[in-house]
Design a protein around this ligand. Structure first.
Ligand code: RFL
Ligand code: PHB
Length: 389
């Protein structure tokens, strides 16, 4: 089989890229390791920067998001001093959209089917070949049969554990990483959210977050130790802990209900500083990971995809190589700023096991400063709604 862009990975990065390319009249094929049901079932991000919203509109896949997404003009930070609302709209002129990554994935997969974009599920043993030649190709097996996909370009959209990053010489050695000494326990339930906006809570028992997927579906998170097991967290214990951390009189009442999904993810910051080699380009989690506190993972995938899409269109339609040559530089400039924001929000709102009294006072002083300073609030707001690209 031959195509113009071979896309490895059918997560948000790969699916967005394929749909944008389709709108620009460029062919691609997506190879996804898992089944459609598995890929759709993963519960992940929920907050879209306005740039991501615009990108989904540009890709022609925004009908459900526009109908069912929840535009949010602000969010709150709950801390010892009270509840501080960051008024995104007043501070920046923009808000964010609350619409789940699960729903976006379904919309993008439906669009692939409607547009006859080849999306091959259960593609096993995906391997990249000759990426530094003008004729790269990808091999894979499906139902026991070996296949070869020839392409002019390869987009590595295969997440943190995929094969694309490994195919770039020196990529691992170029990576910088920070591991945090805790994870997030997430719970999804069909109960109304405690508030109409998101609440990030800095609490002596640890960080908590109240988020949502709709007016009737809530998503909550708790900071937990790295040694915690899901079996130790029956639903009742999660709800009890959430009300301790989120209910301090300033926040609303938590409605409880059976969990639709529960998971624990460790928090890490990771940047691979080699995002391209020859005809291979990395997008999204294949190249970088952020702790979820800044709600940036999915949104960074969207900016990478935008840069790569624009570069591919210039190269393919006008023979202009500038965009492809500068992809890594452009993408990393934005990635590092989102890494900084995600790191700073994590450092501000989480309790660290070895935190000194001085470190805690620094967090308190920063929260107190934020509560008084419009300038400081604007810094948070302009990062949260998404830096320009
Ligand atoms: P994805 O979504 O991981 O998709 C990569 C796709 O590549 C496939 N794949 C392969 N396909 C073929 N051959 C192989 N050998 C392959 N190996 C892997 C995978 O099956 C998958 O379908 O990466 P992408 O598209 O770059 O999108 C990035 C976002 O998904 C990610 O940044 C966010 O979801 C991060 N993230 C969160 N971000 C937030 O902003 N808020 C959150 O609450 C939040 N929760 C999460 C998360 C990421 C998680 N991961 C990666 C474990 C929760 C989890 C559990
Ligand atoms: C979510 O709704 O899953 C969510 C929202 C905001 C975050 C992280 C996750 O910062």
């Amino acid at each position: 089989m031959k195509t113009t862009v071979a896309i490895i990975g059918g997560g948000v990065s790969g699916l967005m890229l394929a749909n944008l390319l389709h709108v620009a009249g460029i062919e691609s094929v997506i190879l996804e390791r898992h089944t459609r049901a598995y890929t759709e079932g993963r519960i992940r991000a929920g907050v879209l920067e306005y740039g991501t919203v615009e990108l989904l509109r540009k890709a022609g896949v925004s009908a459900n998001m526009d109908a069912h997404g929840l535009p949010h003009g602000g969010f709150s930070l709950l801390h010892e001093g009270g509840k501080l609302r960051i008024d995104l709209t007043a501070l920046t002129g923009h808000g964010v959209m609350v619409y789940g990554q699960t729903e976006i994935t379904i919309d993008l997969m439906d669009a692939c089917a409607a547009r006859a974009i080849p999306l091959i599920f259960e593609a096993e043993n995906v391997a990249l070949h000759d990426i530094d030649s003008p004729a790269p190709f990808v091999t894979y097996t499906k139902n026991g049969t070996h296949h070869r996909l020839e392409a002019a370009f390869i987009a590595g959209c295969d997440g943190f554990h995929g094969p694309s990053r490994q195919a770039i010489p020196g990529a691992e050695a170029s990576a910088l990483e920070k591991l945090y000494p805790f994870g997030w326990l997430g719970i999804l339930a069909d109960v109304p959210p405690m508030d109409h906006e998101l609440i990030y809570a800095d609490h002596p028992r640890g960080f908590a977050l109240s988020s949502m997927r709709s007016a009737t579906r809530s998503r909550y998170y708790l900071q937990v130790g790295l040694d915690e097991k899901l079996e130790d967290w029956p639903d009742a214990r999660i709800w009890e802990e959430l009300s301790l951390r989120l209910h301090n009189g300033a926040a609303g009442h938590i409605t409880t209900g059976p969990a639709l999904e529960k998971s624990i993810v460790p928090l890490r910051s990771f940047v691979c500083q080699k995002l391209q080699h020859g005809r291979l380009f990395l997008c999204g989690d294949a190249g970088h990971i952020v702790p979820p506190t800044g709600a940036k993972g999915l949104n960074l995938a969207a900016s990478d995809v935008t840069y790569l899409f624009e570069a591919l269109v210039s190269q393919i339609t006008q023979g202009d190589e500038t965009g492809l040559k500068t992809y890594e530089t452009r993408a990393l400039a934005r990635i590092w700023k989102a890494e900084r924001f995600s790191w700073s929000m994590t450092m501000l709102t989480h309790r660290f096991p070895t935190q000194s009294a001085f470190d805690r006072r620094m967090q308190q002083a920063e929260l107190a400063y934020l509560a008084q300073s419009q300038a400081a609030q604007k810094v948070i707001a302009e990062n949260y709604i998404g830096l320009p690209y």
